[in-house]
Design a protein around this ligand. Structure first.
Ligand SMILES: [Zn+2]
Ligand SMILES: [Zn+2]
Ligand SMILES: [Zn+2]
Ligand SMILES: [Zn+2]
Ligand SMILES: [Zn+2]
Ligand SMILES: [Zn+2]
Length: 235
């Protein structure tokens, strides 16, 4: 008996033997079991495909060529074609680099790395893709200009529109350059002009407003004024 069809490729078998491994089997079933379990066999499991790869990479290449399954380059798994869109959605896969994420907001945040760096820092020569990214840089104190969190806090509290994004009871602390971490265990001096969520850091406010999680945008009245004010003071 030579060929017994899928899913085992006939050329490797003769009288229930495996030519690749040089082994004999007493039954067809035993031969099939061998192929399923042996690390030397990687049979394509799709429909009538008889391909038996000799390694994981070979199997992935087979799928890339024949498209029995679609290879997701982000996780190196073969996905059934009808399920592929669902896989991309389930795993929050980046359409640009195929990286997988564990939430929608992580994916949205990751996508920023693919934006062109067109915004020059108000204090130094570094370039950023977005204002929130530049705010994180300034706030961290790593900008060579010396602008830091305390400077930004003070400037925000001085802005004519401060009521829209600074908590009234904490404004004086910001104006007087108080280190909030030393003064209070936890405080939220900033709040979103749209949904009033509180934030510990001004960069958190910027990231929130720039994200799809809130309807407020950086172009809306109060945030646009704040950006222009900060830029005038620090750029
Ligand atoms: Zn074998
Ligand atoms: Zn196949
Ligand atoms: Zn994947
Ligand atoms: Zn990406
Ligand atoms: Zn800088
Ligand atoms: Zn909001």
């Amino acid at each position: 008996m030579g060929c017994y069809g899928d899913p085992i490729e006939c050329s490797y078998y003769d009288e229930y033997s495996c030519n690749r491994c040089n082994r004999e089997f007493r039954s067809e079933n035993a031969a099939r079991q061998h192929v399923q379990n042996s690390p030397r066999h990687h049979p394509c499991d799709v429909g009538s495909c008889n391909y038996d790869a000799d390694g994981r990479e070979d199997l992935l290449d087979h799928w890339r060529q024949e498209e029995c399954r679609i290879v997701c380059e982000g996780c190196q798994k073969g996905i059934m074609p009808h399920y592929f869109d669902q896989h991309l959605a389930d795993e929050y896969v980046c359409g640009t680099c195929d990286r997988h994420h564990n939430s929608y907001s992580n994916l949205e945040h990751h996508k920023l790395v693919h934006l062109p760096l067109t915004l020059e820092c108000w204090g130094c020569e570094r370039k950023f893709a977005t204002i929130p990214a530049m705010m994180i840089h300034l706030e961290s104190g790593s900008c060579t200009s010396g602008i830091d969190e305390i400077d930004l806090n003070q400037s925000a509290a001085m802005c004519f529109q401060w009521k829209h994004f600074v908590r009234e009871d904490l404004r004086d602390d910001l104006l007087h350059r108080v280190d909030l971490d030393q003064e209070y265990q936890l405080s939220y001096p900033f709040e979103c002009p749209g949904c009033h969520t509180g934030f510990r850091y001004i960069s958190g406010l910027f990231m929130h407003v720039a994200s799809p999680s809130c309807n407020e945008t950086l172009d809306d009245f109060a945030m646009a004024k704040l950006i222009r004010w900060l830029k005038n003071r620090h750029a």
